[in-house]
Write a protein that binds this ligand. Structure first.
Ligand code: C2E
Ligand code: MG
Ligand code: MG
Length: 715
């Protein structure tokens, strides 16, 4: 291995005097370290330099083709990275100095030169040249890095107060180079936005005093051209051994775009893109502020108003989503115009809007706004050539010390809105605590209902259906009951609506049909009759909507080996009218299977005669409200008679519901109503009582069920 000292040093010697060249050669004689190329003319030297790198150039300043510093200048221009040592004669120090100023590393007087001096000068030139190269490289790297980051650089000499602004920094500040040269730190500070200036000066002082190890601060500046820019300023301090700051320096990044993107993101996260209104998150934030303000000072009343657009879904479905979207935009525009600047109007999602009113005098102010909302929303909208009508029922919740979270207020406004919707005579409702109690009770009911099916808490009662002519039992209606562990037996009117709302009516309905089939089979086996005993079961529209009903019923009939006439389905008339093709198809398939269909509560909804015919219903059940008011002042006898006639004409069975008195029986018979059901005959009975009843009759040897009840334990 070669020792570093032995690394070959290539020297270009430019010397036209042979004797002097020889002396130099001899002095450098050290075969291992130096390889010497000797030329006598400048032109030769230049062509050597073009072809080869040299560690050192030794040159005489008096050459045949160049004299003085010109030659030196040309050498330096051709090989700027090679160290040049000029060789001079006596009395040419001035010339030598001129060469040094041009960039030569050293000069040696040929008369005084000795080996030691020469070697030291060569060695020194090489070393110095190397460290110059390293420095240059490091400077270049640093300059490149700074240029690459597009950052500005600042440097503050704290002793002299001289402040350096790099060109990029100058550009960011919107200054000219002259301004930058003439400006101290104060000029920068003066351009900082007044909102940020104090905190930046703090940060700078913390760095200066040593409280902070480094500076990192974001602030706004305003350029002389009036543009606002966001800057990220970083810096470090250099201290003397006593800890006093000598200088501070750092970088400046223009982060305006990032800040704009950030604030756009924040804006988007808090606003609805369609209407540009605040969204739920921002609304809740404002509501939270109002609540906190109120909890600190109870004179700062506020109110939350909550509403959605009635029939919005219809607009979307019939006129398309573009019209629906435009309606939301127009509603937002109209409502904005009826609010004060401090109020918040937000779109919470879909067609739901909310308003926050601050500094109100009391609930009356909120009611006043609710009425204005109603007025604005009910005026027709003209959208893409369509006249669109909508309306809104507004729920209002007013500040109260009982609230701890904004969500509670919105929840109550929501509850009040549902109350307002439920009452078609009002357009707004102000929340009161009863509503909350009712909502809690409803929630409890729903929770219990979910549990009831698994816990087998449902059972069926059966109410006889009787032929009016001879009081024969022609069948039974299955009516569900809920054996609630705490409330006792709960009637369907108290829970079916909740089951409908939650969709639990579907699994409950499947259970009811299966249970009825099991029961029918049991009774048919115990008490065979002609025709076979039949039971009607109430079926929710939601079950029909699944489209599965015919398939599942067929499977049930097969499972229990029942004839289709054993089972009748009671469907309220609105179900038939409200629903579309799925329900229609299911009804037709059920008819084709031979299952009888009955229209329940006939007269309370709306029926079309064409539907009555199309589905070939078997039975009309006259709603009990008509039967009850047959003898009232508002006598419904004519209606009952009309329904009986309609049924008889269409060849349908007609059953009068809710028969309670002998007078009603008499009238119905006179109208030639064929069948009836009601407390006069029997209340709904539990399974074992029906079994007992059927047993009695079987013992009497009859294969029909002749009876006339007055008792019943299961209402
Ligand atoms: P609905 O189908 O019209 O049933 C007749 C209702 O009238 C039954 O009430 C019955 O107990 C009652 N009722 C019978 N005779 C008289 C009477 O003389 N006077 C009076 N005031 N009422 C009488 P219930 O059992 O409380 O059922 C109420 C409603 O709940 C039913 O009306 C039916 O729509 C629904 N429902 C009952 N069971 C089921 C079921 O299993 N599934 C579905 N989806 N709904 C059911
Ligand atoms: Mg019924
Ligand atoms: Mg009914």
């Amino acid at each position: 291995m070669q020792h570093p000292e032995e690394v070959l040093c290539r020297i270009l010697l430019i010397e036209d005097t042979p004797a002097e060249a020889d002396i130099i050669r001899k002095l450098l004689q050290d075969g291992r370290r130096f390889a010497i190329d000797h030329v006598t003319r400048l032109e030769q030297a230049l062509s050597r330099l073009a072809a080869q790198d040299y560690s050192v150039i030794l040159m005489d300043l008096h050459l045949p083709d160049a004299s003085g510093v010109d030659g030196c200048a040309r050498i330096l221009a051709t090989a700027p990275l090679a160290p040049v040592i000029v060789l001079t004669n006596e009395n040419s120090d001035e010339l030598a100095m001129a060469a040094m100023r041009l960039g030569a590393q050293d000069y040696l007087n040929k008369r005084e030169i000795d080996r030691k001096l020469l070697l030291r000068s060569v060695q020194y030139a090489i070393e110095r040249h190397r460290s110059d190269a390293r420095l240059r490289e490091s400077e270049e790297r640093y300059a490149l890095a700074v240029a690459g980051t597009n950052d500005g650089v600042w440097d503050w000499n704290c002793k002299t107060d001289a402040f350096y602004y790099s060109p990029r920094w100058t550009e960011i500040l919107g200054w000219s180079n002259e301004t930058a040269r003439a400006s101290g730190v104060q000029c920068w500070l003066e351009q900082i936005d007044s909102q940020d200036r104090e905190s930046f000066e703090h940060a700078l002082n913390d760095l200066k005093s040593g409280q902070a190890s480094h500076l990192e601060h974001e602030h706004r500046i305003r350029t002389p051209q009036g543009e606002e820019r966001w800057l990220l300023v970083r810096g470090l301090a250099v201290r003397d051994s006593a800890g006093a700051v000598q200088r501070m320096a750092g970088s400046v990044s223009d982060i305006t775009r990032r800040k704009q993107a950030e604030s756009q993101l924040i804006h988007d996260a808090l606003h609805d893109s369609l209407t540009k209104l605040p969204n739920r998150a921002l609304y809740m934030d404002h509501l939270d502020l109002s609540l906190r303000r109120y909890l600190r000072d109870s004179s700062k009343l506020f109110a939350a108003l909550y509403f959605d657009l009635d029939r919005f879904k219809n607009v979307n479905d019939s006129l398309g989503h573009a019209v629906g979207d435009q309606l939301l935009v127009e509603v937002a525009l109209r409502l904005k115009s009826c609010l004060r600047p401090g109020d918040t109007l937000a779109r919470l999602g879909g067609d739901e809007f909310a308003i926050l009113l601050n500094d109100i005098a009391g609930p009356t102010d909120a009611i006043y706004v609710a009425e204005r909302v109603r007025d604005h929303v009910t005026k027709p909208f003209s959208i893409e050539g369509h006249i669109v009508y909508t309306s809104a029922s507004v729920g209002i919740a007013v500040s109260s010390g009982a609230y701890r979270k904004p969500g509670e207020i919105l929840r109550d406004a929501d509850l009040a809105m549902y109350r307002a919707k439920a009452d078609s005579n009002v357009t707004y409702a102000v929340f009161d605590t009863n509503m909350h109690q009712q909502a809690l009770a409803q929630h409890r009911l729903e929770t219990d209902l979910r549990h009831a099916l698994d816990a087998r808490e449902f059972f069926l009662c059966y109410q006889p259906i009787v032929a009016l002519e001879d009081s024969r039992v022609s069948g039974f209606e299955a009516l569900i009951r809920w054996a609630h562990p705490e409330r006792g037996v709960v009637n369907p009117d108290d829970f079916i609506w909740a089951a409908e709302e939650t969709g639990l009516i579907v699994p409950i309905g499947w259970w009811g049909l299966a249970e009825a089939c099991r029961q029918i089979k049991q009774w048919q086996q115990m008490f065979p009759s002609t025709p076979p005993l039949s039971v009607s079961v109430n079926v929710s529209g939601k079950l029909l909507l699944t489209g599965d009903l015919p398939k599942r019923l067929q499977a049930l009939l097969e499972e229990w080996k029942l004839t289709p006439d054993s089972l009748r389905l009671e469907i309220t008339e609105n179900v038939v009218m409200d629903h579309g093709e799925i329900v229609m198809d299911s009804l037709l398939t059920l008819r084709a299977l031979g299952i009888q269909l009955q229209i329940d509560d006939f007269g309370t909804g709306y029926s079309s005669l064409s539907y009555l015919q199309r589905f070939n219903y078997d039975t009309l059940k006259i709603d009990r409200s008509f039967v009850h008011s047959m003898s009232d002042k508002v006598d419904s006898s004519a209606i009952v008679e009309a329904i009986v006639t309609l049924g008889n004409t269409l060849g349908m069975r007609v059953i009068a519901e809710g028969v309670e008195t002998p007078e009603q029986v008499r009238r119905l018979r006179a109208m030639r109503c064929p069948e009836a059901q009601g407390f006069w005959y029997s209340r709904p009975l539990p399974e074992r009582e029906v079994t007992g009843l059927l047993e009695q009759e079987a013992a009497g040897g009859s294969n029909t069920h002749v009876l006339r009840f007055k008792s019943g334990t299961c209402h």
